[in-house]
Design a protein around this ligand. Structure first.
Ligand code: BTN
Length: 273
């Protein structure tokens, strides 16, 4: 098993001119990189401080679910953001971070899709499942956990945690039908250090654009990558057909009564078939 090389990540970050990733901490094992980042953020760590680990013993996802975090195969990364935003403006950050991760994955999957490459195109199309799951061929490739710390009406810090399945080729039975990895998708020649730096660069760029212009600069990508559109869903007691994402980042759902409703947050249940 090859361990993550912190110096190689730092070299890539400099080469890319990434705005996040300093200071950088790379652990062999930790409970959860989000917890590490939260701790240092509470102690005053600056915008951009990043935590990676080769393995997590208590990696977690949204809704308190566990995040599969075996050693040496994947990326588990969390970064501290200090956006100048009011508390009310923070929730769309999750969508924007999902788009940033999707952009890195799209670029990396593109060569695997060139004419002559094996595999069908639909199976390697990258999509964003609102609010921020990155799916390829309908299977989850990356998950993002955004946790904000508020101070009154302002945002003190936002921790963005990204789990990207890079090298896992065999998932536990409960995940195997729903998860995928870059390696399973035919991309197995990109060092995790390079991917980590690309993720940090993309997250930093997206955070800056979001602070300057809100969700508007991301509207086209949100529409293009929207995996839920046209599917029957139920979220927070609202059921119907997903009909896009509005300028505030809310999921739009058209009910059987024809009325369009926006949902700000919640666990999405997608009807099968
Ligand atoms: C989800 O899809 O529910 C979100 C998964 C987020 C997993 C990442 S791995 C790095 C960071 N540390 C954690 O404990 N969780 C996030």
């Amino acid at each position: 098993m090859r361990r993550l090389d912190a110096e190689a990540i730092e070299r890539e970050l400099s080469r890319l001119g990434a705005s996040l990733g300093r200071p950088l901490s790379v652990a062999v094992e930790t409970a959860s990189t989000n917890d590490d980042a939260r701790r240092v953020a509470a102690a005053g760590a600056p915008h951009g401080a990043a935590f990676l680990a080769d393995a997590q013993t208590r990696g977690r996802g949204r809704g308190g679910r566990a995040w599969h975090s075996p050693p040496g195969e994947n990326l588990y990364l969390s970064v501290v953001l200090r956006p100048g935003l009011p508390a009310s403006g923070v929730s769309p950050i999750a969508l924007v971070m999902g788009l940033a991760v999707a952009s890195v994955v799209e670029r990396r999957l593109a060569p695997a899709r060139r004419p002559g490459a094996s595999g069908d195109r639909a199976a390697s199309e990258v999509r964003l499942k609102w609010p921020n799951d990155v799916l390829v061929g309908g299977r989850k490739l990356a998950g993002i956990l955004v946790e904000a710390q508020l101070r009154g009406e302002s945002v003190s810090s936002v921790i963005v945690g990204v789990g990207l399945n890079v090298g896992t080729r065999s998932f536990p039975p409960e995940l195997s039908a729903r998860a995928t990895s870059l390696s399973l998708l035919g991309v197995d020649d990109v060092p995790r250090e390079v991917l980590a730096a690309e993720l940090l660069q993309a997250l930093g760029g997206a955070a800056t654009r979001f602070e300057a212009g809100g969700l508007a600069p991301f509207a086209d990508d949100l529409a293009r990558l929207d995996w839920l559109r046209g599917r029957h869903v139920e979220v927070a007691g609202v059921a119907g057909v997903a009909a896009g994402i509005d300028p505030a980042g809310h999921l739009l759902i058209r009910g059987a009564d024809g009325v369009l409703r926006g949902v700000a947050a919640g666990e999405v249940c997608v009807a099968s078939g």
